[in-house]
Ligand binder design. Structure first.
Ligand SMILES: [Zn+2]
Length: 312
């Protein structure tokens, strides 16, 4: 009997420092990179022999100290891109909040901003990026064809069981999206279709109350995300998704995709950790997930590694 392969990607949206209410710190700050990646995350991933995936927002590649650190981390990490449209040329500016959904850009504007983001990654790291996530998960009907034309192989903005109308994006609706990787419809990333690239959805499980009438509609889906919850609850989401993937397709590798932001694990740089003990609690939940994967033989790989792993 063959042992079925199981993998975890830890994807980290990597951006400038924010604060309470996600307000962008001005002038731009990068403690979430220098302290967050350099002092907190990289040692933790090293201790667990895990390869993280840092998805880089445009402003990161304009900050010399962040770039120097990321060049050293590139040996032990996967790097990709992350679009916050306000911060990408052409027309880059520093907003009070990174609120844009790229699907609301015109096709030409979305293409132009993704092109400058991709080019700045290439000139910074001397290779092309192959994995991507939209800021605020805001992919739309033009995103996948543009990303494919720029050479991307993995898109990771789909959030199953979620819809984002109340966040300002009516119609950005991933309820019913698969929870395991698939080739997306070119114009509807939340549905399977004929695209060459892979969609790797963020691992999100329905609420345990989802099937209860009325109450179920209000209950929050559970993300594979260390931001909130307990060490037990994040491990439970991982276990459930692995079991569901195995039951649905026993012959395929099972993939988990955890996400959070670099700024979450540095005090005062996001709404999630006001102080050191809250930041440490997020790191402890991340560590619990990594320990579970070590015990269970789940390999922690980069998003860019998945096309080879998923190839038939
Ligand atoms: Zn972001």
């Amino acid at each position: 009997m063959t042992i079925r392969s199981r993998y975890l990607c830890i994807t980290i949206d990597t951006e400038c420092d924010k604060g309470a209410g996600w307000k962008v710190e001005k002038p731009l700050g990068f403690a979430g990179v220098t302290d967050g990646l350099g002092q907190r995350l990289a040692p933790l991933f090293r201790a667990h022999r895990a390869k993280p995936t840092y998805l880089l927002s445009p402003e990161i590649m304009r900050h010399d100290e962040s770039v120097a650190l990321l060049r050293t981390l590139a040996k032990e990490s996967d790097l990709g891109t992350h679009l916050h449209a306000e911060l990408a040329e052409p027309g880059a500016y520093v907003p009070d909040e990174t609120a844009a959904f790229q699907r609301d850009c015109s096709e030409d504007e979305e293409r132009a901003k993704l092109t400058t983001l991709t080019d700045s990654f290439k000139s910074t790291f001397d290779r092309k990026p192959t994995c991507f996530r939209a800021g605020r998960f805001g992919v739309g009907k033009n995103s996948v064809p543009i990303l494919e034309s720029l050479g991307y192989e993995v898109e990771s903005s789909v959030t199953p069981h979620m819809e984002w109308a109340s966040a300002g994006a009516p119609g950005l609706d991933f309820r019913g999206a698969p929870t395991q990787p698939y080739h997306p419809d070119p114009n509807e990333p939340g549905r399977p279709g004929s695209s060459r690239m892979w969609e790797v959805p963020v691992t999100i499980r329905p609420s345990v109350l989802a099937r209860v009438p009325i109450v179920g509609k209000l209950a929050e889906p559970r993300w594979l995300r260390p931001t909130r919850g307990t060490e037990e609850s994040i491990v439970l989401v991982a276990k459930e998704e692995l079991a569901a993937a195995l039951a649905a397709a026993p012959e395929r590798p099972a993939i988990l995709c955890a996400m959070f932001h670099n700024v979450e694990i540095v005090p005062g740089k996001s709404p999630y950790a006001k102080n050191e003990s809250e930041a440490r609690a997020i790191l402890s939940r991340l560590s619990a997930l990594l320990s579970f994967c070590e015990r269970e033989g789940v390999s922690v790989v980069g998003l860019s590694d998945l096309p080879e792993i998923l190839a038939p």
